[in-house]
Design a protein around this ligand. Structure first.
Ligand code: HEC
Length: 268
């Protein structure tokens, strides 16, 4: 009996206050390869950032709501440092307590209007969402401007427990050139490809789907000469009526770099 009581007390006396603490001071984990893996509790956030009261139309609830929260950009700057929008990173993943993961591109997340909210001011606890009665806590991402809806690709994840910044090279390993210096022609060609071509073209099935895959099953560099490729990329309208835009602003050097890059990826 004595033993059972001790066990009970060990379980209740130790875990009960811890569990309560976890609810009132929930932690949020931030991860980015290679350098970031840190957690902030709500009280740590409050020490570092001024909390705001936000009134908005909540598209998940379908009505006006009032919350306490922090501007999203301020939270991300605090946790990841000011460089989180660097083009080395492509996406952010918000993972919920139930394992649901919402993925967002970074351009939207830096805009004003996003808030990471931690308290529902209309009810005690949280007002549950939808027919599944999902609990938005402990952290819920909301947007205050009318056009910032899920239809317009603004993420509204709830139950957030982890926020992860994804590197381009981990998301698109077939497009990222390995074994070259950032200053090399191959890498410069990659940067141009990423900024100007990737929204339409994939390499080995990673990237856009509007134009043909330029690397698989055969690389364009295997069946087109460098001169042909450069002329085509510079001005496709001289060859065909096509959806591909002209790139007459690209210099001879930039065109060479793109071809160098496509050749490098053909071997990778
Ligand atoms: C708006 C979408 C779009 C963009 C941006 C775009 N392309 Fe294309 N591209 C296409 C489409 C569609 C085709 C296929 C039809 C065609 O060849 O006209 C194509 C075809 C090509 C071809 C194949 C030519 C052949 O017949 O073998 C190459 C090479 C190419 N693009 C390279 C590039 C490069 C490099 C860039 C960036 C500098 C780029 N494209 C940007 C849409 C695009």
């Amino acid at each position: 009996m004595q033993q059972i009581l001790t066990r009970l007390c060990l379980t209740l006396c130790v875990w009960a206050p811890l569990a309560a603490l976890a609810q009132t001071d929930p932690a949020l984990r931030f991860m980015a390869v290679p350098a970031v893996d840190r957690s902030y509790t709500l009280s740590q956030f409050k020490e570092a950032l001024p909390a705001e009261t936000i009134h908005l139309f909540d598209t998940q609830h379908g009505k006006e709501k009032n919350y306490r929260g922090f501007p999203l950009a301020a939270v991300l700057n605090l946790a990841f440092g000011p460089d989180w929008q660097h083009e080395n990173y492509t996406e952010m993943i918000f993972t919920a307590l139930d394992g649901y993961a919402a993925v967002s591109t970074l351009d939207k997340l830096g805009q004003s209007g996003g808030y990471l909210v931690f308290e529902d001011l209309d009810v005690t606890g949280w007002e549950l969402i939808g027919s599944k009665q999902a609990n938005p806590g402990p952290y819920y991402l909301v947007w205050s401007q009318p056009q910032q809806t899920t239809q317009n690709q603004y993420p509204w994840p709830w139950g957030i427990t982890r926020i992860e910044l994804v590197r381009f090279q981990d998301r698109y390993p077939r497009v990222y050139p390995l074994g070259v210096e950032d200053s090399s022609d191959v890498f410069q060609g990659f940067l141009t490809f990423k900024r100007r071509c990737m929204r339409c073209h994939a390499l080995d099935q990673q990237g856009g789907k509007i134009g043909p895959d330029l690397d698989a099953p055969q690389s364009v560099t295997e069946y087109r000469s460098p001169a042909m490729l450069k002329a085509y990329i510079r001005q496709p309208s001289a060859f065909r009526y096509t959806q591909m835009p002209d790139h007459t602003d690209l210099s001879e050097k930039q065109l060479d770099q793109i071809v160098d890059y496509l050749r490098h990826q053909a071997k990778q």
